[in-house]
Design a protein around this ligand. Structure first.
Ligand SMILES: NC(=O)c1ccc[n+]([C@@H]2O[C@H](COP(=O)([O-])OP(=O)(O)OC[C@H]3O[C@@H](n4cnc5c(N)ncnc54)[C@H](O)[C@@H]3O)[C@@H](O)[C@H]2O)c1
Length: 439
């Protein structure tokens, strides 16, 4: 199916999108408030510098599939898909400026209201990068009536292209995402697929908005991390590039999904100690590493958030399932769940803990010393089974899958609050009060 597109904003995203869609056989009209950009496109040139884009635009213009205008009403009238690719810069305060998007939405809503499309609903694709919640408020302000009347479907399709390789990225995107009002597949899925090229992941508007920011945040953190490693390495006379190449060669733990799921704070005998030691060395050497310095505080903030989430229920008795710092070990050193237990016990909450791998009499060395110092009375808090642990608890904190889901189902009362730290599929069906710890 070939659709007709109106693309608002002929900057780096809009011009590439217009040229690439037109080269795929679609009829495209670009819209921009900047007459120079419209003139450039109309004379067969790209309004921005992007390798490979000029020939696509020249060819599509010559074949009559591409044009440009400053007249949004005219553009909307002839299009079945409307795409918003205008800028979303920062305000002086650092907050997001949605003025350009709002202006385009107002123009589109007015054009659609005054010129209803005879051939069924239009698809409005919000491509500009917008904070979570933006689409919902734009829809409320401009499009609710059109959607209710069946004239419009609104989706969020964030753009993941990189300037300089944008034409290739359009044809082979690193990620394709579509956000819909309720997270269900869009009704106009075929048209959406023309925009995303690859099969998109489907989620809510806000989820799609958040993914775009998460990607950019992640990229920024990666650059900052590599540069901090580089700065400290250079200071110490080490080749930071060689270090990072080796770090990146580990595809199992480093460049992988590992450690990238929201859940537990990190703990154990290595990560807190080693982050602390490298930070101390950098401080001593006078090398500022703000990202590294922020890692322990953010881990503590995550633990504090979990404590607050538990305490909001004012439990008299809390059951903790899983005490070690991660699954399949008996190591309690630096365990976040020990910190939770220690803190809440100190605040007068009755605890009952089950972890099949914790055998106090078998602990030795630093592991034993650490736990005896932090929780001298741990022994009397340990239950023999998950069933015994959850019995009588108001809140059940599930940090590990240390029993079967079926056994837990028979032990749990549906009125008990269950807080799932790491995401255990099926756990949400066991209670009327299920909470993920951070999702
Ligand atoms: N540049 C990138 O690499 C990139 C990648 C992914 C996502 N994004 C996001 O895509 C969006 C667009 O980015 P960009 O780099 O293309 O911006 P840009 O500033 O290059 O282009 C925006 C265009 O919108 C036009 N415009 C403003 N108001 C308009 C209106 N009312 N009607 C029609 N046109 C209007 C401007 O004249 C300009 O040509 C932003 O939200 C950005 O964050 C950018």
């Amino acid at each position: 199916m070939n659709s007709s597109f109106a693309i608002f904003g002929l900057g780096y995203v809009g011009a590439v999108t217009a040229g690439c869609l037109a080269s795929r056989g679609h009829v495209v009209c670009g819209v921009d408030v900047h007459p120079g950009k419209v003139d450039a496109l109309m004379s067969g040139r790209s309004p921005i510098v992007e390798p490979g884009l000029d020939p696509l635009i020249a060819e599509a213009m010559a074949e009559g599939r591409l044009r440009a205008t400053t007249d949004s009403v005219e553009a909307v009238a002839g299009a079945s898909v409307l795409m918003v690719c205008v800028g979303t810069p920062s305000l002086a305060s650092g907050r997001l400026n949605l003025d350009y998007v709002r202006a385009v939405c107002a123009e589109i809503a007015a054009a659609l209201t005054n010129h209803p499309h005879p051939d069924g609903p239009r698809l409005l694709v919000l491509r500009s990068t917008m904070l979570p919640g933006s689409t919902r408020s734009l829809v409320r302000e401009f499009f609710a009536g059109l959607i209710d009347g069946g004239a419009l479907e609104v989706v969020v399709c964030p753009e993941f292209l990189r300037e300089g390789t944008a034409v290739n990225d359009f044809a082979d995107p690193s990620l394709a995402v579509v956000g819909t009002a309720d997270g269900a597949p869009p009704r106009l899925l075929e048209r959406v697929a023309e925009v995303t090229v690859a099969e998109p992941r489907v989620m809510t508007w806000a989820g799609a908005e958040m993914i775009k920011y998460s990607c950019n945040y992640f990229h920024a953190v990666k650059v900052a991390f590599a540069n901090e490693v580089g700065r400290l390495s250079r200071h110490l006379g080490i080749d930071g590039r060689e270090v990072m190449e080796a770090v990146c060669a580990d595809r199992r733990l480093n460049i992988s999904e590992y450690y990238l799921r929201p859940g537990n704070p990190f703990g154990g005998s290595c990560l807190p100690k080693d982050v602390s030691a490298l930070g101390a060395l950098a401080r001593q050497e006078g090398v500022p590493l703000p990202l590294l310095e922020s890692v322990l505080p953010t881990n503590q903030a995550h633990l504090d958030a979990l404590l607050a989430q538990i305490e909001v229920h004012r439990p008299r008795r809390l059951a903790i399932l899983g005490l070690t710092f991660k699954a399949d070990t008996d190591d309690l050193r630096g365990s976040p769940m020990v910190a939770v237990a220690e803190t809440l016990l100190g605040r007068g909450i009755d605890l009952s803990i089950y972890d099949p791998l914790v055998n106090l009499s078998a602990l030795t060395g630093a592991n034993e010393r650490d736990i005896r110092q932090r929780m001298p009375h741990l022994g009397r808090l340990l239950a023999d089974s998950a069933e015994q642990a959850v019995d009588g608890a108001d809140v059940v904190l599930v940090a590990q899958r240390c029993t079967g889901l079926d056994r837990l189902a028979s032990a749990l009362d549906r009125s008990q609050v269950v807080i799932d730290v790491n995401g255990w599929p099926g756990l949400e069906t066991l209670t009327e009060h299920y909470e993920g710890s951070c999702w």
